[in-house]
Ligand binder design. Structure first.
Ligand SMILES: [Zn+2]
Length: 219
């Protein structure tokens, strides 16, 4: 049985909330890979503490107290990721797990100092926005999944989902990183995989891969 902290739940609710600030309990279970029963228990606890609004069978919503807390956890996590990537030199597939342990340690003052030392980065090594000290979240405009591009369209990578380290390792092996240009040569109708060109080399990307890479379309 995995031991998932309260902080992890709050961060996950924050990251997966829709435009109305709602998230379904079963999505949280799926993301954290725990049972629905475990999620229900934790949600009741978080509700008692005033961190979330929650009724069984309905969406979960962070209260302003819960949101502030979650945002700060996400901030700490992403600043650690930038530090580990830029200063320590860890590849982007290693920073998430390390940052996951480190986000719970160090005072807010230390995190603020690290942010300053890193020259106030707005995005982490996967392109996810870093909330500022005041809770302002940098906006990422024109963010489209690669799977939505049509034949002959080009995009520049601005974010990748960090849900799986092997996914990150694989896409780096074929040359995909932030700011890299990708051209869609062909969309294969039978399985919706796409043939892309990166640095003059062609590769076939599965639908799942293309759905987890986000680009800004080049005009
Ligand atoms: Zn990240």
């Amino acid at each position: 049985m995995k031991n998932i902290s309260k902080e992890d739940y709050l961060s996950e609710i924050y990251k997966n909330s829709d435009e109305n600030g709602q998230v379904k309990a079963n999505l949280i279970a799926e993301k954290l890979q725990v049972s629905n029963a475990a999620v229900t228990d934790m949600l009741k606890k978080l509700k008692r503490e005033g961190q979330i609004k929650y009724e069984p069978y309905r969406g979960v919503e962070l209260t302003s107290k819960g949101k502030e807390y979650a945002k700060n956890m996400v901030r700490r996590h992403r600043i650690w990721e930038v530090f580990l990537h830029q200063i320590v030199g860890l590849p982007w597939d290693k920073v998430h797990d390390e940052a996951h342990h480190l986000e719970h340690s160090g005072s807010d003052e230390l995190i603020n100092k690290m942010e300053e030392m890193l020259n106030f980065p707005q995005f982490d090594p996967h392109g996810d926005p870093i909330p500022s000290k005041l809770g302002i979240v940098p906006e990422q405009k024109h963010n489209v999944a690669l799977s939505n591009l049509k034949q002959n369209q080009k995009g520049v990578v601005i974010r990748v989902n960090d849900f799986d380290n092997n996914f990150l390792i694989y896409i780096s092996q074929i040359g995909i990183k932030l700011k890299k240009e990708i051209k869609v040569c062909e969309v294969l109708n039978f399985d919706k995989s796409i043939l892309v060109e990166i640095d003059g080399k062609k590769n076939n990307l599965s639908r799942t891969i293309a759905e987890n890479i986000f680009v800004e379309i080049k005009k």
